[in-house]
Ligand binder design. Sequence first.
Ligand code: TMP
Length: 215
Amino acid sequence: MSEAGRFITFEGGEGAGKSTQVTRLADRLRSLGLEAIATREPGGTPNAEALRGLLLNGFAEPLAPASEAMIFSAARIDHLEKLVRPALARGAFVVCDRFADSTRAYQGALGHISGDFIDTLERLAVGETMPDLTFMLDLPAEDGLSRANLRRGANRADRFESEAIGFHRGLRDSFLKIAAAQPQRCVVMDGARTVDEIADDVWRLVERRFLGAAA
Ligand code: TMP
């Protein structure tokens, strides 16, 4: 559990609609006069954003998958220390586009990394600062990738978007497994619905869990 504030993450495959929902939720919290930080991983601080560049442009790809996972964790440590934990300590809501579940799903799905290795990395990088609530936006891999292609336009696919369809199908299974193993924290949402429908469901849950609204 987080300290005084609330830590909410959005997870899912490519094109699942996380970024839009992060913005919607943070705006809605702010409209009530609450402090809400919208952030993302990899990234969220200048140093972690620099590492994001290396990770997504494929610079880190020739390294062993374990090394790539460690760079994601290095970015996470900086983000947690400089942005997330101070905000939680002030009592803010932190709404984050991807977090440690993405390392488990993506780096796990790339193979050659044991569950023990990922558990250890997570313990070292994240420690007690696990999200209070995680929304898993679930979508067939093909649909997510077509959305990501449309969004990208003429730009080149990044290091992970370029992986084969089998990889993206495996990701979906990994996220669903994480959600099934941690039902208190994770809520699976059908990512095929409209932005408004998803945002309304997200809001209902956040109100009920954290703002004292009746069920
Ligand atoms: P996105 O913010 O557009 O989703 O891009 C981030 C990419 O990085 C996405 O392809 C997922 C990948 N990723 C990992 O492989 N491991 C991680 O731990 C995180 C946070 C992201």
